[in-house]
Design a protein around this ligand. Sequence first.
Ligand SMILES: Cc1cc2nc3c(=O)[nH]c(=O)nc-3n(C[C@H](O)[C@H](O)[C@H](O)COP(=O)(O)OP(=O)(O)OC[C@H]3O[C@@H](n4cnc5c(N)ncnc54)[C@H](O)[C@@H]3O)c2cc1C
Length: 412
Amino acid sequence: MSPANTFVIVGGGLAAGKAAEELRAHGHDGPLLLIGDERERPYIRPPLSKGYLLGKEDRESIHVHPEGWYREHGVDLLLGTSVTSVDGQAKEVTLDDGRRVPYAKLLLATGSSPRRLSVPGADLDNVLYLRRVGDSERLKSAFTEGARIVVVGGGWIGLETAAAARTAGAEVTVLEHAELPLLRVLGREAAEVFAGLHRDHGVDLRPHAEIQRVTGTGGRVDGVVLADGSHLPADAVVVGVGITPNVRLAEEAGLEVRNGIVTDEHLRTSVADIHAAGDVANAYHPRLGRHLRVEHWANALHQPRTAALSMLGKDAVYDRLPYFYTDQYDLGMEYTGYAEPGGYDRVVFRGAPDERRFIAFWMSGNRVVAGMSVNVWDVIDTIRSLIESGAETDDAVLSDPAVPLESLLPRV
Ligand SMILES: Cc1cc2nc3c(=O)[nH]c(=O)nc-3n(C[C@H](O)[C@H](O)[C@H](O)COP(=O)(O)OP(=O)(O)OC[C@H]3O[C@@H](n4cnc5c(N)ncnc54)[C@H](O)[C@@H]3O)c2cc1C
């Protein structure tokens, strides 16, 4: 392998797999090496808490590319191998077997890892996490008719997991710190929709709940104790308390790290010839005028194109608005835009939240900054265009289902 023009990708998720594709598509014809510490070739994770967990999707369908694709495109896959260090001066990475691999350009797509529960008993068997395909399989075996499942954390992963467990016939309790799951992300009215959905499906939703310890017999979980002293019996505990970006390599290599690997809008890090993409990248977003680290599928799908182009010395900027989706029971939701608390002043609804078929618009003054469609399809691209256009609109028009959304876009 010629070191002179070897491109190396570290990571084995969607961002890594897509980056290999984009590099080949945009003209990199030199050696291309993808190094991932999982044994599985790059795969996507959303099905792990949905179709794959429910047994509706098979293992083959979750991969980014078919088995033969890497060989056909001259991509060397080094799986089950960890990169242990990066030397940005010598321009080489070291592998866990001691080998050193020189690079001309390096992409860090190391993703993120679940935050661990740090209470007594957290190391018992059947305290489960969900990030990898093997985790999803463990959950699948635990989710049986009548099994008592306690989910710690009412975020997206916690709620999707709760839905899968209920669908499998398990008895599910969700412990949530706040007054409502997703309150901080969605605001009260939209968060109520998800809480209602789970309650209607028989989930025991416990707000203001804090887990104090996990109890067990013979090394296996038999329950949890909450801060208020109550004891809940459990056959398994699923922990969904957020993730942290995998930044150790970058930190040790002296790259600027702040809530992820800091990059510019071209996805270049602070060290020459090293780029970052996906969950791990805290990239400058020119449209939003700030750095943003996005822990969602669409970001890992689209950022690699920009990263690949800039690795190839071509001009490309990443300015797509964040996009996210979830499926829980019979509810499908898509969200686009960016509305952190304080970044909007009200939420306008079109349709009926109590019927779980509506669009919500997060407003700052007369502009839409984010939108969410729940069981309403084929509108998310229009909502994105509306946000990107910066068009002014008013609540009466937005909330009126008789006014086509397209008509709110500026005429060109
Ligand atoms: C269960 C689940 C459900 C999800 N559902 C949704 C959803 O519905 N909608 C949505 O928008 N998003 C969803 N997401 C989020 C989405 O999957 C992530 O944003 C996406 O996986 C990020 O991709 P990535 O390639 O950046 O990182 P990752 O998928 O985390 O991949 C990084 C890879 O790099 C490997 N790696 C790390 N360090 C090293 C190293 N030193 N050497 C070698 N390899 C290394 C890791 O082991 C991993 O394989 C979900 C995530 C999970 C876990």
